[in-house]
Design a protein around this ligand. Sequence first.
Ligand SMILES: Nc1nc2c(ncn2[C@@H]2O[C@H](COP(=O)(O)OP(=O)(O)O)[C@@H](O)[C@H]2O)c(=O)[nH]1
Ligand SMILES: [Mg+2]
Length: 369
Amino acid sequence: MSTIRFIMLGGFLGAGKTTTIARLARAYQDQGLKVGIVTNDQAADLVDTHLLRSQGFDVGEVAGACFCCKFNDLTDTIGQLEAAQKPDVVLAEPVGSCTDLVATVMQPILSLYGEKFDVAPYGVLLKPSHGRRILSGAANAGFSPKAAYIFKKQLEEADFIVLNRIDELSQQEVDELARLIEAERPGVPLVRISARTGEGFDALLEMLDQRGAFGRNILDIDYDIYAEGEAELGWLNANVRVSGPQEFSLDDLLMDLVGRLRTSLDAAGAETAHLKAIGLWEGFHGVANLVSRDTPAVLSLASDCRTRLADVVVNARVATSPEELEKHVHDAVQAAAAKVGAQAAVKQVQCFRPGRPTPTHRYSAAAEA
Ligand SMILES: Nc1nc2c(ncn2[C@@H]2O[C@H](COP(=O)(O)OP(=O)(O)O)[C@@H](O)[C@H]2O)c(=O)[nH]1
Ligand SMILES: [Mg+2]
């Protein structure tokens, strides 16, 4: 039986997993390999899925809970990708606030589907903006001590760590982060990349190509702290139709919307882990992102589209209550639409605090290599 190379890339909310996966997918396609991607979040209609599909990738979505709690959905989704195109490589992106993935995903795959999957080393992306604060033990390290616990647990189970966004860092900052990572996880390989520019991807591909006994760092983890850390970050997905009498710039609308949210959430003392808005209209798509309170909103994908009508999906993980978050998003959407002379109709909103993770499987010891 031919095996599928299974590559899961973890890392905190906004670390750059989707951007990295898109670039890796292209690199594997350039090698003549067929690639499938599996995205994951707490509800359907994900920004990441839209974004990756709009780039032409074959994407399956596991929605409703994280991979660990929906293990069978993960394997079923891979099965659907297989039925469609027999991928050589499957890239999987877990939820950014999820950890314990070695015990609940890697080990079950190795043990239950070892003949079908050839499992790559488990890499975890480090987000510099929060990583620096959390690893240096800064007083106001971001979100809460429980969210910082998740961040550190993610690094603890990694086979290797990926320092992303080096295009935004000086050599000195890269060296400082590398020192903090080495102090946290001594001896664990570190790859420095920019998912934006592609720098460091040869080393990342080489790391992912290694064969050996990977996915074996089973955590000693307190699920109470983990569950509370997850729940502290409110979750929201809103689907909005913006329409007006005159054409407007979709990119300006997205940037204005995310910029407004940045300001209002910051003023309310609600720290953003990741906030993204995708605008879609007839094959055009643009994306604006905010990954922390100390970085600006960015247009990560320009649609260059002028339109009178667009669908906008907003997805946010912010350290505040779902009710507060919904209010901020509602106000920002209305104001951003009004600014371009349009109106916003909110078609669907889901917002909640993620529930306690209850994994389908949890291996307390690594299977024999
Ligand atoms: N400057 C820069 N931005 C990046 C890089 N990687 C990702 N981003 C941006 O960071 C934001 C979050 O990235 P995304 O891939 O969605 O993160 P995820 O939540 O881990 O999947 C987006 O605006 C990306 O364009 C990078 O290497 N450099
Ligand atoms: Mg993502």
